[in-house]
Write a protein that binds this ligand. Structure first.
Ligand code: PDD
Length: 302
């Protein structure tokens, strides 16, 4: 079917196209092998980028982090950086995503099930998908703020590597949903917040200082977190990279979370208790507004 919005482009009947190991396929035909190590062992890493106005946000930083994850797990690059950037832009373009996200996953490959790495390195698997988001809904949510719950951090010790081994995150976010909240904050053995199930955690102190946990193996070093630190610096805000407790967050002036899918989302409730007056804070909303002034935007292919 010819697509009037993009002359020359052909849209799949179900409207979504995925890149799977060298081919662009309609979602209905997009499969990976049963012995893909990503499927059997979560032996795979991923990235998720925001798409806004048809451009991929902070692609360079996301691909830098992908390289760090691959290196940490001794995985091969699926293709060169320019080729990968092209395929990402192409998937977003073919799906005609103006606002939404693009997801890519690189796995160690397909091999007979055996825990150690295959003796000879395999061609890595590569899957890229894009999806549409609802920009108006995202804005409404940001202006309302979200609730978070807290629970013990029961993840492995290398959550700085962005692997698809997300079961603790899945369970935490499901617990949040069942409690009527949108995010779960993980708490370490010393009682400090590490991060959210799919976001980094921040507070603003009574003195107006931004606080987020220092990068370490205990958190994912968020790309949005890095961008917000850039915005904060440009705005002359004071920042402290340190851990904070739930009690400190509850008595903070503001709290918020950052992630590529939500950018900056004010937190107005923690374990059922309101943060400050229970309304989104102005610093969080300003950081959200200014984020894209400094972020890199790479247009999708036309
Ligand atoms: N999640 N911490 C965790 C555990 C995450 O899963 C994410 C991102 C972040 C924020 O990182 P960034 O700003 O680079 O998105 C922090 C993505 C959005 C996801 O899993 O879909």
């Amino acid at each position: 079917m010819a697509n009037p919005l993009s002359p020359g482009r052909t849209k799949a009947p179900n409207g979504r196209i995925a890149y799977v190991n060298g081919r662009y396929l309609p979602h209905a035909h997009a499969f990976v092998h049963i012995e893909d190590r990503g499927y059997q062992f979560a032996d795979a890493v991923y990235e998720a980028c925001e798409v806004r106005d048809g451009a991929i946000i902070d692609l360079t930083r996301h691909l830098d982090r992908l390289d760090r994850s691959l290196d940490a797990l001794q995985m091969l690059r699926p293709m060169s950086r320019p080729a990968l950037a092209f395929v990402i832009r192409e998937v977003v373009g073919r799906n005609l995503v103006s606002y939404g996200s693009v997801y890519l996953q690189v796995g160690r490959g397909v091999a007979r099930r055996d825990h150690p790495f295959p003796a000879t390195p395999l061609p890595p698997s590569l899957v890229i998908t894009a999806k549409h988001g609802d920009r108006a809904k995202a804005e409404t949510q940001a202006n309302a703020g979200i609730g978070v719950i807290t629970l013990p951090d029961n993840r492995w010790g290398r959550v700085d590597i962005k692997t698809v081994g997300l079961l603790p995150n899945v369970l935490a976010k499901q617990a949040a949903r069942e409690a009527g909240a949108r995010e779960a904050w993980f708490i370490d053995a010393d009682g400090y917040v590490t991060e959210g199930g799919s976001s980094n955690a921040w507070i603003v102190t009574a003195e107006g200082v931004l606080v987020t946990r220092q990068a370490s193996t205990a958190i994912l070093s968020g790309i949005t977190r890095a961008g917000v630190l850039d915005v904060a610096e440009a705005a002359g805000l004071k920042v402290e990279l340190r851990r904070f407790t739930v009690a400190e967050a509850k008595s903070a002036r503001e709290a918020f979370v950052t992630s590529a899918s939500q950018i900056v989302l004010p937190v107005v409730m923690i374990d059922g208790d309101p943060v400050a007056n229970g309304h989104p804070g102005t610093i969080a909303l300003n950081l959200r507004r200014r984020f894209h002034d400094v972020a890199e935007a790479t247009p999708a292919t036309k």
